[in-house]
Design a binder for this molecule. Sequence first.
Ligand code: UDP
Ligand code: MG
Length: 162
Amino acid sequence: LLQDHQLHAAELERTFIAIKPDGVQRGLIAEIVSRFERKGFKLVAIKIVVPSKEFAQKHYHDLKERPFFNGLCDFLSSGPVVAMVWEGEGVIKYGRKLIGATDPQKSEPGTIRGDLAVAVGRNIIHGSDGPETAKDEIALWFRPIELVSYTSNAEKWIYEVN
Ligand code: UDP
Ligand code: MG
């Protein structure tokens, strides 16, 4: 039987993923969760929240000089957002790959934005862009107690464990 301590350290890589209000309103929660789940990534936190505008500004603080910043923060705080933490080997970088390019007009078919969105300001999903932002965004959106560590029975079929 696979013990927790035998799982490789890479399983601890985590990223923050959010389904924005457009994705929620369009009924795409299950579709998006499914793409991460089928890949083999593990869901370790999930909740639905309406962020305040101040919270949205914190989340997008890196973009505060950009012309679209205000509209972006208004939009993120306009309705329910599904906030998640996904775990797995390479999940930060590969999560971005699953999501696709920022502008859905440039996202490849087969990606979430490529298949499901058209406009850059309505691109339905957010994903952390690197290890530092992943750490910061997880800490912004979740309390440590909300992150659930567990062993999935599928892990021994997803990773090369012996
Ligand atoms: N955005 C926009 N206009 C732009 C660029 C970005 O409305 O010209 C929005 C878009 O919804 C994007 C978000 O701002 O998802 C954050 O921008 P970022 O460059 O971080 O893209 P992402 O990391 O989401 O791909
Ligand atoms: Mg970004």
